[in-house]
Write a protein that binds this ligand. Structure first.
Ligand code: MN
Length: 280
């Protein structure tokens, strides 16, 4: 067994996106955390921070994964999908060659909290037709572990006793793992992680310890390679987003809502969008 340790700790930066939603950008494309491009955390009880929402906008070349913890948003896209995003629910959207969608708050007060992850697609999949999955909370297994629970959004959780729980999303080129881990103080969880995969842990409540290193709230730990991630909760109830995936090892060309392999492909995406043919 090779336990992953902390290679680097990163903190997010405050920014805004969409119509003017305040958020924390935990991962940015230029950081090279292949296959992960972006992770945004939004958390506010001030309606003015989120009411503007994310009006209609395009994407091409990757996947977006939205995980709601509090609040209510409505997703609509050019394919006619409508998804009510509520606490514990996930929207897994594969932009492929193109999607135009909006995500708008359905509340005028109260807390809005969640994450959006951008997961890259390999060159071979970037121009595939768009797809959308609305995963209601009851589709996401919640697994009891000693001293806590784990919501398995994607991939497989292998428990210490050898039992497994499979999330509703699995496979694909990046073989994503997406876990929401909640641990009581002093509890420790070990998670099997495929060697060679990029694994990141973002602490969003409490404080964690990973391989002897403190990882406070609001901190992303980038882990070394290994087959096991072991994390413990320090003083308070702790929640950690664990994200893993197989690196693609391909060049990344990023411009706004488009992520391709080359600058020429980005220029094509911009032209296609301007000409109204992004979505095919
Ligand atoms: Mn979007």
């Amino acid at each position: 067994m090779t336990i992953r340790s902390v290679r680097q700790v990163l903190t997010g930066r405050p920014t805004s996106d969409g119509g003017g939603v305040r958020l924390t950008r935990v991962i940015s494309p230029e950081q090279g955390l292949d296959p992960f491009l972006l992770l945004d955390e939004f958390d506010s009880s001030e309606a003015s921070d989120y009411l503007a929402g994310f009006p209609a906008h395009p994407h091409r070349g990757f996947e977006t994964v939205t995980y709601m913890l509090d609040g209510h948003m409505l997703h609509e896209d050019h394919l006619g999908n409508r998804g009510e995003l509520k606490a514990g629910g996930v929207q897994w959207m594969t932009a492929g060659r193109g999607i135009i969608h909006s995500e708008m708050p359905q509340q005028v007060g109260g807390r809005m909290r969640g994450f959006q992850l951008w997961l890259n697609l390999p060159a071979a999949d970037k121009m595939k037709p768009a797809a959308y999955q609305d995963l209601e909370p009851d589709l996401i297994p919640s697994v009891e572990v000693p001293g806590g629970t784990v919501a398995v959004v994607a991939g497989v959780l292998v428990a210490a006793d050898g039992g497994t729980a499979r999330g509703p999303i699995s496979g694909g080129a990046t073989q994503p793992l997406y876990l929401d881990v909640a641990l009581e103080p002093g509890a420790t969880l070990s998670v099997a992680t495929p060697p060679g995969h990029t694994v990141l842990a973002y602490v969003f409540e409490g404080a964690a310890v990973i391989a002897g290193q403190a990882v406070p709230k609001g901190t992303l730990a980038r882990l070394t390679d290994g087959d096991t991630l072991s994390l413990s909760a320090a003083a308070a109830t702790t929640r950690v987003l664990v994200i893993g995936g197989r690196p693609l090892g391909e060049p990344v060309a990023h411009y706004g809502p488009f992520v391709m392999n080359t600058g020429a492909e980005i220029q094509q995406a911009v032209r296609d969008f301007q000409a109204g043919r992004l979505t095919g």
